[in-house]
Design a protein around this ligand. Structure first.
Ligand SMILES: [Zn+2]
Length: 163
């Protein structure tokens, strides 16, 4: 990580992607692997020496969820409340909240910075799993401006910059 750049958006937030099909399985013999850009979602094949792979392999999840600690407020059709975002990716996040959330609920999310100012807003997030006091949501609708703010937050998290 940190060396390879996405051929589309030129950012270096790239993670290895699970292989699909026999062609990609065959290509891996020649050190060619699929990668997924964490920002623009572009998927591409690239050459990578096995030792690079050994160093940068972060697991099979395509969009790596970065551990975070952001307060948020949410509101849906049946519930509203507050919680903490405990991990974040380009496509979704995990939220801890004492409020019981029905499965399949669509939530509007407002993620806040530590000073209480808005960090970004998700117009619609679908609840994908409910586990004890944690729920996993997938971002299904987001305004373009908010998407840019989310992308900037992810870049800052990757590079260790303060948010
Ligand atoms: Zn990209």
């Amino acid at each position: 990580m940190g060396l390879m750049h996405c051929p589309k958006c030129r950012k270096n937030l790239v993670q290895q992607s699970p292989r699909h099909g026999w062609i990609e399985a065959l290509l891996s013999i020649f050190c060619i692997y699929p990668f997924r850009c964490q920002l623009c979602t572009h998927r591409f094949l690239a050459f990578q020496w096995w030792w690079d792979r050994f160093v940068s392999y972060y697991g099979r999840r395509e969009y790596v969820r970065i551990p975070v600690r952001f307060q948020l407020t949410f509101s849906g059709q049946q519930v509203s409340g507050e919680g903490t975002v405990v991990n974040l990716s380009r496509l979704g996040c995990t939220i801890e909240t004492p409020t019981p959330i029905p499965h399949g609920e669509l939530l509007r999310l407002r993620i806040l910075k530590s000073d209480g100012q808005p960090l970004f807003e998700i117009e619609a997030a679908a609840v994908r799993f409910v586990m004890d006091k944690a729920i996993g949501v997938e971002f299904v609708r987001i305004q373009e401006r908010e998407m840019e703010r989310l992308a900037r937050a992810i870049v800052n998290l990757y590079t260790g910059r303060h948010i």
